[in-house]
Write a protein that binds this ligand. Structure first.
Ligand code: GDD
Length: 322
């Protein structure tokens, strides 16, 4: 039985990846940051079975990471934990840099010193591209990084240090450069789930308005379930390499809002307002990923479309709030 260790297991991707690996027969261990509201730690983990175990810890606690990895001796390590909210990274830049940059280094050291025969997946992000776009309108593995947020800058360090460790110590380390990916399990302060949840609340008469920041940015939105499959494929290839994971389609926040409200037979112009508190000091205006490298090397393509992903979220919130 293969053993996987996942940091950020209580998050959207951690929970879907755990389910995926458990179905494949893995024993899964997850790192959970202690929180005074226990439901916040376990709400996405209700599939728990006998092969699933959680451990308290933190990417900034090197001693704890060393102890856990030396005790568990996992075959696969997925480093998904992060301060994952881009706008909030402007509010807490030092914490974001410590977790998303030094936290990666702490994990790499714990892996290198205790379980160097394991395989290591680093959760890299399209936010690393920032304002950089190739002339054909896509971002791909060769596109330079010009990050525009503390979050993006810290993720670039995580990407660079993991590549450095791969070469310097001849370790099996891969990066998935994932574009935005959503699901009903997405935190409700990320734009898709915020829009879907609030639109359903408006439809039910529970709310009167939705306040957003910039509606003119474009994102390449996929589904988390499709993307965790890609993580596993990338890590299990014998040649460690880095891959963009994306749908190749881009929509503006406004188009996404229009689709969601339209599905609920609501005119979004009547309900949606801008609140400057949701604007970012610097915005990443446009993302569209070219995942040809992944698609040419593996049998991967997304099962969800932009529309089916949002439809699933609408059904989820209708059931949850209904
Ligand atoms: N969160 C949020 N809230 N975003 C808003 C809002 C709002 O009220 N109004 C407009 N937006 C815009 C943001 O300015 C951004 O352009 C876009 O909606 C998407 O914002 P998020 O859903 O917060 O995602 P993100 O693109 O900043 O970051 C996500 O994707 C990255 C991959 O590129 C996160 O999941 C990151 O962790 C991930 O790395």
């Amino acid at each position: 039985m293969k053993k996987a260790f996942i940091t950020g297991v209580a998050g959207q991707d951690g929970s879907y990846l755990s389910e995926y690996l458990l179905k494949k027969g893995y024993e899964v261990h997850g790192l959970v940051r202690r929180n005074s509201v226990p439901e916040n730690q376990s709400s996405r983990l209700d599939f728990i079975n006998k092969n699933f175990h959680t451990h308290y810890g933190d990417l900034l606690d090197e001693g704890g990471l060393n102890k856990l990895i030396s005790e568990l001796m996992p075959d696969e390590i997925y480093n998904l934990a992060a301060q994952s909210h881009v706008r909030i990274s402007f509010d807490i830049p030092q914490f974001t840099a410590k977790t998303n940059a030094i936290g990666v280094l702490n994990m790499l050291e714990a892996f290198r010193l205790n379980a160097p025969n394991a395989r290591f997946y680093q959760a890299s992000s399209s936010e690393m591209f920032g304002i950089s776009v190739d002339s054909d309108g896509f971002q791909r593995e060769t596109t330079p990084f010009i990050p525009v947020s503390p979050y993006g800058c810290a993720k670039v360090f995580g990407f660079n240090i993991s590549n450095n460790y791969k070469k310097a110590y001849n370790l099996h380390i891969v990066n998935g450069i994932l574009f935005n990916h959503e699901s009903p399990r997405r935190g409700s302060n990320f734009v898709t789930n915020k829009v879907v949840k609030t639109a359903v609340e408006i439809k039910m008469g529970l709310r009167k308005r939705l306040e957003l920041g910039n509606m003119d940015s474009y994102r390449d939105w996929g589904h988390s379930k499709d993307y965790v499959r890609a993580m596993h494929m990338i890590l299990n290839n014998d040649k460690p390499d880095n891959y963009v994971v994306a749908t190749g389609k881009t929509f503006s926040v406004r188009e996404m809002v229009e689709y969601v409200f339209g599905k609920l037979n609501l005119d979004f112009n009547k309900y949606v307002f801008q609140n400057p508190k949701y604007l970012r000091p610097e915005e990443l205006p446009y993302l569209k990923g070219d995942s040809s490298k992944l698609r040419n090397n593996f049998d991967w393509k997304p099962e969800y479309t932009f529309e089916t992903m949002l439809d699933e979220m609408i059904v989820f919130w209708n059931n949850e709030l209904g």
